[in-house]
Write a protein that binds this ligand. Structure first.
Ligand code: HEC
Ligand code: HEC
Ligand code: HEC
Ligand code: HEC
Ligand code: HEC
Length: 215
């Protein structure tokens, strides 16, 4: 009997099987990578009870972040401002507007405005704003261009990998004094040399060991 298939064809199933494994690994890898926490939740932009705009107040009007987020330099949490802070202006500004009325109502009743929380690390991971701000890391590195947002959006993944990427090499994020709340700051020429020196003179050494963040 003559052979219908040449001898090498015996290996075809093997090739097919091997190819299938590679393709499957590719598919799994694809979802693993893109589905991993590095990407999850970026873009989360919940509707807020009042259409408060950072673009208007922090962007167009140029208000400093610390006017409202008073805790950010001195405590672990930045803090969302109480109604009182809004009333500093809105006791006079736009008082007849439908979007201002809930602020006045909150002021009169003493019931706080229920802002929806956007950025949150799990309780088992320790985070502190003040240490980062005092080391000249700008809000923008972790929150993006807040001054351009009508409604705040989660723009960084806040995953462990994301924290560690900066902790291993913060040089491109360290800003000159007085720039932490500036928006649109970009590292200039010589940033790498300048920052490397700043890091060594100030002995900046972000934790990369597990107990640094899981205490
Ligand atoms: C006039 C007061 C005011 C100013 C100025 C202001 N914010 Fe806010 N910020 C708020 C209020 C109110 C909220 C809660 C509602 C919301 O998320 O929009 C908030 C929310 C946020 C959040 C999201 C908090 C969360 O729930 O995760 C971030 C991040 C933030 N602000 C950063 C900034 C930065 C950076 C600046 C400066 C560029 C700034 N803010 C300036 C009032 C202010
Ligand atoms: C430094 C003064 C100031 C502070 C503090 C302030 N605002 Fe305003 N706000 C303004 C001004 C000015 C406008 C623009 C009014 C206009 O369009 O003529 C405005 C507009 C608004 C509008 C849009 C109103 C409309 O009908 O167009 C909302 C909503 C608002 N602010 C919410 C808030 C909230 C919430 C807070 C507190 C977290 C706050 N503002 C704190 C000055 C302030
Ligand atoms: C190194 C990264 C980093 C920097 C820099 C940073 N933040 Fe945050 N921010 C976070 C993380 C992470 C959270 C969530 C924290 C948590 O759940 O405890 C957060 C939460 C917040 C919140 C809501 C919860 C809270 O703490 O009250 C506000 C408001 C905020 N940041 C404002 C700011 C402002 C304003 C600045 C600059 C002055 C700033 N952040 C700088 C990472 C950062
Ligand atoms: C953009 C850069 C950057 C990002 C992102 C960042 N960090 Fe840091 N972190 C730093 C720097 C710089 C320091 C200061 C180190 C020093 O002072 O030696 C620091 C210090 C710390 C410390 C030490 C505090 C202490 O008491 O010594 C902790 C804990 C920490 N970061 C947690 C986190 C966590 C959790 C995240 C992610 C949610 C995060 N960081 C994201 C730059 C960053
Ligand atoms: C710079 C801060 C930082 C360091 C250092 C760090 N972690 Fe984390 N870790 C985090 C944060 C933030 C989260 C929460 C991530 C999220 O919510 O997606 C986390 C989450 C985890 C989780 C939960 C699973 C997950 O992926 O959400 C485990 C387990 C973990 N870390 C173990 C470790 C171990 C082991 C080390 C040491 C090799 C370590 N971590 C070092 C910040 C850190």
């Amino acid at each position: 009997m003559t052979q219908i298939f040449p001898k090498w064809s015996n290996k075809v199933p093997l090739f097919l099987a091997g190819g299938l494994v590679v393709v499957l690994a590719g598919i799994v890898g694809f979802f693993w990578y893109f589905g991993s926490p590095y990407y999850t939740d970026v873009g989360y932009r919940p509707e807020q009870p009042i259409p408060y705009s950072h673009k208007l107040h922090a962007g167009d009007m140029g208000m400093d972040c610390r006017y409202c987020h008073t805790g950010v330099e001195v405590t672990a949490t930045a803090g969302v401002p109480p109604t009182q802070t809004c009333m500093n202006c809105h006791n006079m500004v736009k008082t007849e507007s439908d979007s201002i009325k809930p602020i006045i109502q909150s002021w009169n009743t003493g019931i706080p405005i229920e802002w929806v929380r956007i950025h949150k690390t799990p309780d088992f991971a320790y985070f502190d704003h003040s240490i980062h701000i005092n080391r000249n890391i700008g809000c923008e590195s972790c929150h993006g261009r807040i001054d351009q947002m009508e409604t705040v959006m989660l723009s960084k993944p806040l995953s462990m990998k994301w924290c560690l990427d900066c902790h291993r090499d913060p040089t491109s994020h360290i800003r000159p004094d007085g720039n932490v709340t500036a928006m649109g700051w970009t590292p200039g020429e010589g940033q790498s040399d300048w920052a490397t020196e700043f890091i060594s003179t100030n002995k900046i050494n972000p934790p990369t060991d597990c107990s640094g963040c899981h205490r």
